[in-house]
Design a binder for this molecule. Sequence first.
Ligand code: SAH
Length: 232
Amino acid sequence: MKEYFEKGLEKIGMFFDEDKIEKSLKYLKLLKEYNSHTNITAIREDKDIVEKHFIDSLLLQSLLRKEDREIIDIGTGAGFPGMPLAIFNLDKNFTLVDSIQKKTKFLELVKDELKLENVKILCGRAEELIEGKRETYDVGLCRGVSNLSVILEYEMPFIKVGGRFLPQKLVGTTETLAAEKALKVLNSRIVKQHEFILPYSNEKRLVIEIIKDKKVDKKYPRKTGIPLKKPL
Ligand code: SAH
């Protein structure tokens, strides 16, 4: 698997060293072990985990900037995209959020085993964790959680003015059209859409780059469940 992972990283133009590969493979092993008794991800084959979880997460690397220090990943599940990025960016702090305890318990295990001091794990819903964390992150991440208008309401309140939200979507999504009102209400705008290609399956991926221009009204995110039930 080591060679498969390294080749994949080379194909997406990603720099790596032995330590990062070793930590990633340890994470892969822990994920498979944990998933064998507690279901936390549907992707089970080594090659699929490497490409669809690890490399897919690392596609974001080229969009991160040196000055980005605090990064939040909401609805990280088994740690994607936040955990692989934390392994490859020890100089940035990653806050990984998920509302399901069996997932955050696994993330704590990975953090301990890999000795990742730049990772913080929070169990809870974005709507409730916002307390005390408004406008504190340079970058927000989110993959596979919900429609763009819903995740915009989860994420934008956490992000600093001038900071960016980089949600991962599939190419061809029409969610940007439906999110026009949410963008406006949350003082944000799409600056660019970046297309990527996965190295083995050649599947296309999209990262939307969204910038926050002004503070977000404190009434957002609305109460737990409302952003999903009644999207902006
Ligand atoms: N990002 C991961 C997991 C996607 S599954 C990946 O791409 O593989 C979506 C996850 O989002 C679930 O684990 C769910 O518990 C979490 N989630 C959904 N709504 C949430 C909310 N409002 N706050 C925090 N976590 C949420």
